[in-house]
Design a protein around this ligand. Structure first.
Ligand code: CTP
Ligand code: CA
Length: 224
């Protein structure tokens, strides 16, 4: 099996992938999270493995089985995901950030369950680390791939993120109104410096295979 895998376009490449949502505690029983199912990240992990890569999948809370041959690390919060990614950075050739990482977490976690009282309640939030931006700024730097979840001006916003985080490649998907996050199907616009390609609507497993082929091509070019 090892020899067959070693023949793929990502043979010998050490890939770290983030997937799923993160879950930020408010108090001992409540969390702040999002609608990511983890399906896209798991499909990308499976496709990377099938392409011959050694894959570590760092995932927030999801209800999905681990793809065969993939090493899985379960985390809960953005801070935990950040730490797990950094711990692997030195042994990562290719990083793919598919996770819907919470941008904010409650500024302080209440020790006891919050009791209801007043008619309105304000939660103070604070920024979480941008894992992908940090990985991309690190030297030596792995090949960096991001995802961009957008509800409007999808390609424009994604290209801005490609530039801002200095990524090698970004996959943009339109979310909201039954698109992207909780569903089986998806469509992606893939962008890189000087190029662009549309992966038409289809099952996430199929999109993931096409995306990994594109990534492997760009990765080979970048690594000479
Ligand atoms: N990302 C990350 N860590 C964060 C936030 C985002 O690693 N704290 C990664 C995501 O995994 C994704 C990319 O950054 O690969 C873009 O995420 P997205 O939420 O679309 O963009 P943001 O940069 O967070 O900007 P905004 O949410 O304001 O559009
Ligand atoms: Ca975000």
């Amino acid at each position: 099996l090892g020899e067959r895998l070693a023949a793929g376009p990502l043979a010998g490449c050490r890939v770290t992938i983030t997937a799923g949502p993160t879950r930020e505690p408010i108090d001992p029983v409540r969390v702040l999270s999002n609608r990511s199912s983890g399906r896209m990240g798991f499909a990308v992990a499976e496709a990377a493995r099938a392409a011959g890569a050694r894959v570590t999948l760092i995932t927030g809370p999801v209800a999905l089985p681990t793809p065969a041959g993939v090493e899985r690390v379960d985390v809960e919060t953005a801070a935990e995901m950040h730490a797990a990614v950094l711990a692997r950075l030195a042994s990562t050739d290719l990083f793919i950030g598919v996770a819907a990482v919470a941008d904010y977490r409650p500024a302080e976690v209440m020790v006891h369950k919050l009791k209801k009282g007043a008619e309105t309640l304000e939660l103070r939030l604070t920024r979480t680390p941008d894992i992908l931006a940090e990985v991309s700024a690190h030297r030596p730097r792995p090949f960096c791939v991001g995802f961009a979840a957008e509800t409007e001006s999808v390609v424009e916003h994604a290209r801005a993120k490609l530039v801002a985080k200095q990524l090698d490649l970004i996959a943009a998907n339109r979310v909201g109104d039954g698109l992207g996050l909780e569903v089986e199907d998806n469509a992606l616009d893939v962008l890189w410096d000087g190029g662009q390609c549309r992966l038409e609507r289809g099952p996430k497993t199929e999109l993931a295979r096409h995306l990994i082929q594109l990534i492997a091509k760009r990765y080979a070019l970048a690594r000479g």
